[in-house]
Write a protein that binds this ligand. Structure first.
Ligand code: ZN
Length: 382
């Protein structure tokens, strides 16, 4: 047993192939187990967990994942360093006027879901902002009488809201009648129940119809940073490792051709970003997407051999596609069947094998079986 990243031979951890905030999957959730002895605790809980936080709070994919609330989390946190976003709600375009656009999936597309919410700038004294759905704040308060743990959770949010300062809070609600302020008044009472001295500066309203919501445009400008690339490279290598593991071929993961990607993921400044993330594009990955002109809104990961090198292509939530150089291919991998690919669809938690004949309702055993190094039977996928 030896960590495929740093080479450590002790203290192993469990490592999810798809980061948990991007969804969980059934009937299996691809995970490298402690007993597999492939990812150590230092890599998993120190290095990767910091990268994941940065990715979640400060990348297009991370924030979009949070907007979809795939984990049922109480709030969304936006660090605001590399991603700037605006949502045209008709009220203006600054912190106090702009409603935060939650998202939901509808007929294979992501659409805006306008939820009553409390936006907090500098939550707990940190830069960026935190967005709570009103529903979540109500729930945390209502449950605080149920147990000591729930009371602690309520007090924690209360304390952090207080630290944020009374001038950093914006409350948004919806009403069918423009003269009916009861929803808004209720929300302000709730904020006060959290101990915030809510100083009302201004009250505004804007008409928003169902059609308007459909036309909502969420604009995000973002920079793909080195740490975002390290995180993406890690997911690609984890997927490759998980596939190798299924065929009991994990010993090949320690080979030298993979040293460079390992070093990059662990933060070695000597490896340039371009050497690992060799291409980013908006082009679809799968044959189906190319044919239909419609991108999946799920996560797609594939790996394959090309000109003697092993590449992975991946996308989260169907936007930017990253091509990752995993390493040079040894002779064994020049076989035509070398490769594997899956679509992870977080809205119904399903996993679809992309490189073999797809099948409805596969069993856990069949899904597991669909991971491997030589699973690229259908050559139309690349
Ligand atoms: Zn390690």
């Amino acid at each position: 047993m030896k960590c495929i990243y740093c080479g450590s031979e002790k203290n192993f951890n469990k490592e999810h192939v798809i980061p948990q905030f991007l969804g969980s999957f059934t009937p299996i959730n691809p995970t490298i187990q402690v007993s597999d002895g492939l990812v150590c605790r230092q890599c998993n809980s120190v290095i990767f967990s910091a990268l994941e936080t940065e990715f979640t709070e400060d990348s297009w994919e991370g924030i979009t994942g949070q907007m979809l609330n795939l984990t049922g989390s109480n709030s969304v946190r936006i660090r605001g360093m590399n991603v700037q976003m605006e949502c045209l709600s008709g009220l203006g375009d600054n912190f106090f006027n702009e409603i935060f656009p939650f998202l939901k999936e509808e007929d294979g597309r992501l659409v805006v879901d306008v939820k009553p919410q409390v936006k907090v700038r500098n939550y707990a004294g940190q830069t960026g902002c935190q967005i709570f759905s009103l529903e979540a704040l109500e729930k945390i308060r209502a449950e605080s009488t149920q147990s000591k743990t729930k009371l602690d959770a309520f007090n924690r949010v209360k304390k952090r809201l207080k630290m944020s300062g009374k001038n950093n809070i914006a409350v948004f609600t919806r009403s069918n009648d423009p003269h009916d302020d009861s929803q808004l008044n209720g929300a302000i009472d709730l904020v006060r129940a959290y101990g915030v001295t809510y100083n009302e500066r201004e009250r505004k309203s804007a008409p928003i119809s169902q059609d308007d919501i459909k036309r909502f445009v969420v604009k995000m400008q973002y920079t793909i940073t080195r740490n975002v690339c390290r995180f993406i490279a890690k997911v690609a290598f984890n997927y490759f490792a998980y596939s190798a593991l299924q065929g009991k071929k994990q010993s090949m993961l320690y080979q030298h051709p993979f040293d460079k990607i390992r070093r990059f993921i662990l933060g070695d400044e000597g490896v340039r970003m371009k050497e690992i993330i060799v291409e980013t594009s908006d082009d679809p990955i799968t044959y189906h997407e190319k044919e239909s002109g419609h991108r999946y809104v799920g996560h797609v990961i594939v790996f394959f051999q090309e000109n003697g090198f092993i590449f992975s292509k991946l996308t989260f939530l169907g936007r930017k596609v990253y091509k990752v150089l995993l390493g040079k291919a040894k002779r064994d991998f020049l076989d035509n069947n070398f490769g594997c690919g899956h679509l992870f669809f977080p809205f119904n938690h399903s996993i679809h094998n992309l490189t073999q004949q797809p099948k409805e309702n596969s069993t856990a055993e069949e899904i597991k079986e669909s991971f491997g190094l030589f699973r690229r039977v259908d050559l139309s996928v690349k």
